[in-house]
Design a protein around this ligand. Structure first.
Ligand SMILES: Cc1cc2nc3c(=O)[nH]c(=O)nc-3n(C[C@H](O)[C@H](O)[C@H](O)COP(=O)(O)OP(=O)(O)OC[C@H]3O[C@@H](n4cnc5c(N)ncnc54)[C@H](O)[C@@H]3O)c2cc1C
Length: 418
């Protein structure tokens, strides 16, 4: 692909008038990805093991603190910059990008996103004090945070309170419950758990959602279950259980009730899984071009580019990739608290377009390159499997996005049929 002024490559998000900081971070992500992550990607996939070596590289590059504000010792990347960098990482290792998202969100939601969520002065002061602890852990100790929300119920889809509960006790909370699909299980130092405040006899209410960091060493905390999925195998997303796990008040990642407001105020917080898959789509496209030109390292230099059907397929892939990049970038750049209805619809459309499009491009890539391209020593079949996982991520699965868009188009807030 063409280079942009100041960059020796076209980023996965496409070209754009990047800031100097974005260009520097993208260049660093591209180098890390190309030189370190891509050569290791097959190993995590084959073993379904966590990419610890990549995390060491991310830590050394300062990328674990990417979204920690500069005032707290971080790199101070905003939402858009993170989304651009994440897509670049996803281009080289999907599992690394997806798990990196879980970690980064723990700092971004508590950081720049929380700044745009309404809070009382007391809550704001409490939050400032508590997030300083989490930022310090990431900046000074290189700590990694996971983000286990899913429970196998309607909760992660935003349709019911979380079944995992936290009961107020002296100095902190007692957490009980279970999470499934916890990426970074066994690799994270802290698990940012969403749970519902247990208020005794009162009916559980999603407005009482708490966001607590559970240290991996907590008594009563356990990891269980096998992990042998189709794709994104390096995420190691096993089950977690919490049996009377005590966490201190300081482990609150957001003040009581603020997560619920945040989810309503900042819908783009749920779009952060998409860049991984935009990266995967770029990788499938890049591979196809290289393969048809007979330029894949280690493969016979057989050219297949002269067949018109292949040229058409590559054009189709590029058209879809450009559509994905355009709507992705627009949604990322306009993301803000309380978006307009059009912005929200576009955000849903962007999520759907990227998640389904990544799998479309990977499917076309295999069909176009042909049988020899899907051998295990080449990345394409892994990209194909990884790309299938994007539409399954709650709360914005492809199905739920369609559901929301249809409903929110036909019904204004509060409208009901008689
Ligand atoms: C590789 C990978 C990594 C993951 N990592 C994490 C992680 O780190 N943290 C985390 O919290 N989760 C994670 N998840 C979980 C993910 O977000 C979903 O929770 C999970 O895929 C849901 O699986 P399920 O079978 O329980 O879905 P179900 O809840 O059974 O839903 C199945 C499908 O039904 C639809 N559906 C669900 N609820 C409704 C509803 N109320 N109305 C209409 N349709 C509905 C959706 O389209 C959904 O895809 C990960 C998933 C994958 C594949």
């Amino acid at each position: 692909m063409d280079a942009l002024p100041g960059l020796a490559f076209t980023p996965a998000v496409g070209d754009h008038a990047f800031s100097a900081k974005q260009r520097a971070l993208l260049a660093q992500a591209n180098e890390l990805g190309r030189e370190r992550f891509a050569p290791r990607a097959a190993q995590w996939d084959e073993e379904a093991s966590f990419p610890f070596a990549n995390y060491e590289d991310l830590r050394n590059a300062g990328f674990l603190k990417l979204c920690v504000p500069e005032s707290a010792g971080g790199l101070g990347a905003d939402y858009a910059t993170y989304m651009m960098v994440a897509a670049e990482i996803g281009r080289f290792c999907g599992a690394t990008a997806l798990t990196y998202n879980m970690h980064i969100c723990s700092t971004m939601w508590t950081g720049v996103l929380a700044d745009g969520i309404p809070m009382t002065e007391t809550q704001r002061a409490e939050h400032a004090q508590r997030r300083a602890l989490h930022f310090r852990r990431v900046v000074q100790d290189g700590a990694v945070y996971a983000q286990p929300f899913s429970e196998g119920s309607a909760a992660a889809a935003g349709r019911a309170p979380f079944g995992t509960t936290a009961r107020k006790v002296e100095g902190g909370w007692l957490v009980n419950g279970r999470k499934i699909f916890a990426s970074l299980s066994g690799a994270a130092d802290y698990y940012g758990v969403l749970c519902t405040e247990d208020k005794g006899d009162e009916k559980p209410d999603a407005r009482d959602t708490l966001y607590l960091a559970v240290p991996a060493t907590s008594p009563g905390f356990a990891i269980s279950g096998d992990w042998n999925p189709l794709g994104m195998r390096g995420t190691v997303s096993r089950n977690l259980s919490f049996k009377d796990v005590f966490v201190s008040d300081d482990e609150q990642l957001m003040p009581r009730g603020v997560y619920f407001k945040g989810a309503q105020t900042w819908p783009a917080m749920f779009f952060t899984l998409a860049p991984t898959y935009l990266g995967v789509a770029n990788a499938a496209y890049d591979f196809t071009v290289q393969y048809l030109r007979g330029e894949v390292p280690g493969e016979p230099p057989v050219k297949r580019r002269m067949y018109p059907t292949k040229q058409v397929a590559v054009a189709q892939m590029r058209i879809q990739l450009e559509q994905m990049r355009s709507i992705f970038l627009r949604s990322v750049l306009e993301a803000r608290p309380n978006p307009s209805k059009d912005e929200r619809m576009r955000l849903y459309a962007a999520q759907y377009t990227v998640m389904e499009g990544a799998n479309d491009i990977a499917r076309l890539a295999i069909r176009t390159c042909g049988g020899q391209s899907m051998m295990k020593h080449l990345p394409l079949e892994r990209l194909y499997r990884d790309s299938r996982c994007g539409s399954l991520m709650l709360p914005w699965t492809a199905e739920l996005v369609l559901d929301r868009m249809g409903r929110e188009t036909l019904y204004e807030a509060g409208e009901k049929d008689e």
